[in-house]
Ligand binder design. Sequence first.
Ligand SMILES: [Zn+2]
Length: 92
Amino acid sequence: MEKIRKMFGDSLVDEWGEQLLCPVCSDYYTHIEKVEHYPDHDDYYCKNIPSIDWEGRGEAVVLHFYCESNHKWAIRFGFHKGNIYVKKIIEK
Ligand SMILES: [Zn+2]
């Protein structure tokens, strides 16, 4: 969790948990746009999808967000040979 916190900077904590802030402007009015899942691949299939920036061997899950100042970003989880890698992708 500490590494994820480093990816997104300080966040606000309340009784619901930690608020995800926009990594561009730190706005706390953020929204979930969509979730993409590219399952059951163990063949570098995701290399063919440049927008998710995953060149590992296995599957990927991408969570897309936007803030009310129109910044878009994603958090990508990629599986590769027994490990899961997490990366922040600024989209706009
Ligand atoms: Zn923003």
